[in-house]
Design a protein around this ligand. Structure first.
Ligand SMILES: [Cu+2]
Length: 219
């Protein structure tokens, strides 16, 4: 499989949203948001029911009242004529405020993209029930930076899910559980430098819908 950082990957323009000022502001937002979200998540978690699985259809799956399952898939290939670009599918989805969201991310990307600078903070799971996620069924609270391929990060909700590289030719399944604690439309982004170009922030990283999307929380 082609690595996310393969030198042959087409080089795209650097995304404006990746400007340093934004990054610093975004990280400050996470720090503020996390303290509140941890308290909310742990308080609601007691009411969680068992939920279904949907690893392939990449659609919102209505479950018992107050619980919902979301699935995302990270793949690489020749999507839209961009060989090697990694992409999340199901980039935009919506949930209701206060409901428990079980997010399942299945990744087929075997390339790594270690976090750099202040963004190394995104190697930790943040804002989930218990501060953990499962990777192929194993509960963890962080991923070694050298193993990281992508992150699913919603600064406005204090959510961060690091995704490790998949084994070559295989996949890795990451599951995290959240509570959407406030209404609004929030941008999620991958903070791992998994794109192309000299700073690895081009290509997929600067193309809307590939490593960026939205989570809409209705009241
Ligand atoms: Cu990424």
């Amino acid at each position: 499989m082609i690595s996310a950082n393969n030198a042959s990957v087409p080089r795209g323009a650097t995304g404006k949203f990746r400007a340093p000022v934004f990054v610093v502001a975004a990280i400050a937002g996470v720090l503020v948001a996390l303290g509140a979200s941890v308290a909310v998540v742990s308080g609601v978690a007691a009411g969680v029911r068992s939920v279904g699985q949907d690893l392939t259809s990449a659609k919102t799956v209505p479950l018992a009242r107050g619980a919902v399952s979301e699935s995302m898939v990270i793949a690489t290939g020749k999507m839209d004529g961009h060989p090697g670009w990694p992409r999340y599918t199901n980039a935009s989805w919506s949930v209701r405020k206060g409901e428990v969201v079980t997010l399942r991310i299945t990744s087929y990307d075997d390339g790594t993209a270690p976090l750099t600078g202040v963004q190394t903070m995104f190697d930790r799971v943040q804002g989930t029930r218990g501060g953990t996620e499962t990777v192929d069924g194993r509960s963890i609270s962080s991923i070694p930076n050298g193993d990281i391929a992508h992150t699913f990060t919603v600064v406005g909700l204090g959510w961060n899910v690091p995704i490790p590289a998949a084994p070559t030719g295989g996949s890795v399944a990451v599951v995290a559980r959240f509570v959407a604690r406030r209404a609004g439309t929030f941008v999620w982004q991958c903070y791992a430098p998994c794109g192309s170009g000299s700073n690895s922030m081009g290509g997929a990283m600067s193309t809307k819908g590939w490593m960026e999307g939205t989570v809409k929380v209705t009241g």
